[in-house]
Write a protein that binds this ligand. Sequence first.
Ligand code: PGA
Length: 231
Amino acid sequence: MIYAANFKTNHTRQSTREYLGKLQAKLMLERKPSDKVYIFPPLTALDDYESTNFKIGVQNAYPVENGAFTGEVGLEQLAEFNINTILIGHSERRDILKETQEDIAKKFAFFKEHNFEIIYCIGESLEIREQGLEAVMSHLVSQFEGIDTTYENFVVAYEPIWAIGTGRTASVEEITQTHNELKKVVDRPLLYGGSVKGANINEISAIENVDGVLVGGASLKTETFLELVLH
Ligand code: PGA
């Protein structure tokens, strides 16, 4: 299983260090060798972390080496911290930060060219979900526009927007159906995200085409994230 923690705009450099220290101590002893753990802290918390038990990635970056892009971080800044993993297409960046599919595809192409491991997020609104699976799939497929789905170093995260941070998880049936359909479209590891927590990890991880989880809220404390990773 893959367990990915997305801190979003939470944690500082200091609290991230404490978190990772605790995580490392536990994972060293108890991580299943086949499991992979990713942490996506805020950019200001990047540091010289090195561990064989988890990988640090970034929640976002700008698709340039360096240059005049006020407020953005490019490849040169990431290289200083040996970062080669990135989240692309998260619904908060699509919806709140207004990234278009074209922006996202550009970002994907750039980081692919630099051999980054990409966790690529897709997901539908409640309005689309209520129209049924066909409408959901047509929306999800449209979020692969401009994306090279044959890239060998990427993972897909299916995150229904209505389940993110709401405490409302998609049902086992909804996840099963959507993941089965998605696997026909893109043959990559497939994460589920949206209110994953200790209380639902068993049923979600038991679904055949769920290869891992992307976690926001329940990843913010080492204890609650470990409940998932060591379940
Ligand atoms: P959540 O967030 O676990 O808080 O629902 C998931 C995500 O946005 O990746």
